[in-house]
Each structure stands twice: as C-alpha cells, then as structure tokens.
Ligand binder design. Structure first.
Ligand code: DX5
Ligand code: ZN
Length: 217
C-alpha cells in the first residue's frame, strides 16, 4: 500500500530564512512542501506570492504543493505554475469559473487540486472530480496555522475519499489544518493520502521525528 505523503506547511516556518527552512524538509523526511498563499481578501491574513516561490524553488527538489487562499484565482494560477509549483490548488468558494481555472492549470502542465472550507458540502466537489488530481479538505477555517482540528472532519474526509474512489480513482485526498502526531492515524484511516502539517512540524525541536510520528512510524 502506498504510504501517506507528508507536506509540511512553510506558513509556520521562519520567513526570514525560508530557503534554509525548505532545504531542511527533505532530510526531515517530508515528501512535499506545502505553500500557503493568502491575499487578505479570501482569508483574513496575507502571506506571500510568486517571488517567494520562485526564490525558494532552487532550495529543494521536493514537490511544491501550492495552496491558493485568494479571491478569483483564475487571474493568477498560471503565474503560480510558472513560479515552480507541481500542484496548484484553489478554493471552490473563491472562483466563479471552476472549470476554466482547472483548465488553465492543466494546460500549464501542472497538477490541479480543488479545496473546500469546513462549512462547504463535500458533494459540491462531484462535478469537478474527474478533472482533478487532488481534493483538499480543510479541517480548520483557512487563514492561520496552529488551529485545532474541527470535530466532525473525519466524516468529511471519508466522504471525500468515497467520492474520489468513485469519480477520480487516480486523485489524492489532502487534509489540511490541525494535523498532529496524535490525530494523524485516524485521519489516515478516514482516507487521507496527503497530510499537511504546519505547526506540528515547524514548532517541533526535532522536525524529522515530528514527520515520522505524523506518518505513524
Ligand atoms: C491554513 C493553512 C494550513 C496551515 C496548517 O489556512 O492552509 O496549511 O498552515 O497549519 P497547522 O498544521 O498548524 O494547522
Ligand atoms: Zn494550506
């Protein structure tokens, strides 16, 4: 069986040393680098944009998993692909033209994910699943690292996994928000293929040990 992928979120890293932070993730055992882009409109926080991604790109050969928490992402997705992302994920709630945005990302040669907030019905993914490479289930309201995993999210993950199996067997289910070594096992059992972990990795004294514990090793 394919093991779960661990994607530490650099949102919890040191922004003054992002190259070094990203360099350390491979030796810590991470599979992907999760990159949280926020615009202060779709979410009440602002992080960084294309230049950060292209500047850290030479510091790692891991997959760059870019999570756009921005309003009307269709305007910018191509530039996030060109900056060095292998996956670009945008929010269903943020984009009136979901199909068009998926098409732009795929035409740019990138894998495409679609994210939903904790209060969006998981079944709203159904019309898009066969075009997607990944469904991202938010288990906190996006905007900030270090929040608590929302109760009831395991059922949403299980529903997403069932839908992906039915409509897009090749696609991955990614879970983002409040993932820790203590709840990772049940999140994986519910159906997660990719676990995002920000504070649980970056705030740990030993990041390699933190990644291993989240993976269940
Ligand atoms: C939240 C971001 C997450 C966040 C996860 O808006 O999308 O990726 O960084 O952080 P933790 O793991 O600390 O909840
Ligand atoms: Zn994220």
């Amino acid at each position: 069986m394919k093991s779960t992928l661990i994607a530490p979120s650099i949102l919890s890293g040191d922004f003054a040393n992002m190259g070094r932070e990203v360099e350390g993730l491979k030796s810590a055992g991470a599979d992907w680098v999760h990159i949280d882009v926020m615009d202060g409109i779709f979410v009440p926080n602002i992080t960084f944009g294309f230049k950060m991604i292209s500047d850290i790109r030479p510091h790692s050969d891991l997959t760059f998993d870019t999570h756009l928490m921005i309003d009307k992402p269709s305007r910018y997705v191509e530039r996030f692909v060109k900056a060095g992302s292998q996956y670009v994920t945008f929010h269903l709630e943020a984009e009136p033209d979901v199909d068009g945005t998926i098409a732009i990302i795929k035409a740019a040669g990138c894998k495409c994910g679609l994210a939903i907030n904790p209060d969006t019905d998981v079944d709203k993914l159904i019309p898009y699943l066969d075009k997607l490479d990944m469904a991202l289930i938010m288990t906190v309201f996006p905007g900030f690292g270090g929040q608590r995993f929302i109760d009831g999210s395991l059922e949403r993950i299980a529903r997403a996994k069932a839908l992906v199996k039915r409509y897009a067997p090749h696609a991955l289910v990614e879970v983002d928000g409040g993932v820790t070594a203590d709840n990772a096992a049940e999140i994986i059992s519910a159906g997660a293929d990719v676990l995002v972990a920000g504070s649980a990795v970056f705030n740990a004294d030993d990041r390699a040990a933190a990644v291993a514990r989240i993976r269940g090793e």
